[in-house]
Write a protein that binds this ligand. Structure first.
Ligand code: PLP
Length: 402
């Protein structure tokens, strides 16, 4: 017998399984609303033109080598990324108490950041929103956190934020709990706290001495504006919090498989930066040694050049606008059909996703009867919809809720 017979089949990853089922499905009206990737208005993946341009330039540049990057990555990238998050005029950057380290996209950033907090600050309790991106739990537990907890976030009845529940849960969190906060475009609900609500969250976190760990996977995707989408993080920094933030360039640059991320750290004492960087070096050294260069070079070059940067901002705006148009189109179709219930939440939600409010049974009905692939939580990727399929989607939803 094999010594590996102790290895048991694990459960599938829902989102990848649905994606696979979609690809294998020959039905001509099938729709993929599962995986969180942008699709254009004819349902195709979109390589941003500014990325394509940069890649062509890089391919022709024979001075570019495949030497190892430093363990903490490309300095030009991490500096540009940290500044995109905190703002060019950030006093924390000017004071030398903010810095970034390159990571394997947003997931890698969460993983490295969580290990730093667990190993060096000895933090063991973390809170994530109910619901949240389904990988948060696993990443933190694998980083050494032993007490996973949730704070209330989604009110299924009102299809909006359960703000009183959220505040109550934060109030009862033990000191030094790590609070995972979505910087913008909350996944999966598409609902962010208002600025006033963020202020109250900050009040409680300050009072209870909780640690903010922001997850910024969609900067630019919520409002189409990079600065507006960074408001919450910048506000916490302005309030004097120390914090870390996982930045991903998967969605806003369309660089999903290049694994481009930055772990931005803001601390109160600049003299501790060398020690922080040294320990982050050892964490990464023991995990994957050093990061890949290609995607980070693309992002760094675009962020460094005013003209390319403006071009990229136009791309983001175009993506965000298309998502908003699909929200309006879907709601309009449902109203036209007289589908029971209120569908205002679809247009109130922001970012890539909509938490439709469809039940598990209704969601499965869409998969089984209509070849429309969505998570059983009822979360849909809005840009899987386009002018050619939004009517089909509305009719399927209508049938499912009847
Ligand atoms: N955080 C959130 C909330 C996400 O939705 C995602 C991707 O779906 C990520 C982090 C990480 O993505 P990646 O590792 O591809 O950057």
């Amino acid at each position: 017998g094999s010594r590996f017979q102790v290895v048991q089949q694990g459960p599938p990853i829902e989102v990848f399984q649905l994606n696979r089922m979609f690809l294998d499905d020959p039905h001509q009206n099938k729709i993929n609303l599962s995986i969180g990737a942008y699709r254009d208005d004819i349902g195709k993946p979109w390589v941003l033109p500014v990325v394509r341009k940069m890649e062509k330039q890089m391919a022709a540049d024979e001075t570019l080598l495949h030497e190892y990057l430093p363990v903490l990555g490309l300095e030009q990238f991490t500096a540009a990324s940290t500044s995109m998050l905190l703002g060019e005029d950030s006093p924390a950057i000017a004071a030398g108490r903010a810095f970034g380290v390159q990571t394997l996209s947003g997931t890698g950033s969460l993983r490295v950041g969580a290990e730093l907090l667990n190993k060096h600050l000895k933090y063991t309790t973390f809170y994530y929103s109910a619901p949240t991106w389904e990988n948060h739990h696993l990443v933190f537990v694998n980083s050494g956190f032993t007490s996973p907890r949730t704070y209330r976030y989604w009110n299924a009845k009102t299809r909006s934020i359960d703000f009183d529940g959220l505040i109550e849960d934060l109030r009862s969190a033990p000191e030094n709990s790590v609070i995972l906060l979505h910087a913008c475009a909350h996944n999966p609900t598409g609902i962010d706290p208002s600025q006033e609500q963020w202020e109250k969250i900050a009040d409680v976190m300050e009072e209870r001495k909780l640690f903010p760990f922001f997850d910024s996977a969609y900067q630019g995707f919520a409002s189409g504006d990079l600065d507006r989408d960074a408001w919450a993080v910048r506000y916490f920094v302005k309030r004097g919090f120390e914090l870390i933030c996982a930045q991903s360039y998967a969605k806003n640059f369309g660089l999903y498989n290049e694994r481009v991320g930055n772990l931005a750290c803001v601390i109160s004492d600049a003299s501790l930066v060398p020690a922080m960087k040294s320990q982050l070096t050892w964490i990464i050294r023991g995990m994957y040694s050093n990061p890949p260069a290609h995607g980070a070079r693309v992002v760094a070059n675009v962020l460094a050049n005013k003209q390319l940067f403006d071009e990229w901002r136009e791309h983001i705006k175009a993506m965000a606008t298309r998502v908003i148009q699909m929200r309006e189109a879907l709601r309009a179709e449902l109203i036209k059909l007289g589908t029971p219930g209120s569908w205002d939440h679809i247009v109130k939600q922001i970012g890539l996703f909509s938490y439709t409010g469809l039940t598990q049974r209704q969601s499965e009905h869409l998969v089984e009867e209509y070849h429309i692939y969505l998570l059983k939580s009822g979360r849909i990727n809005m840009c899987g919809l386009n002018p050619a399929n939004v009517q089909y989607m509305a009719r399927a939803m209508h049938d499912a809720v009847l």
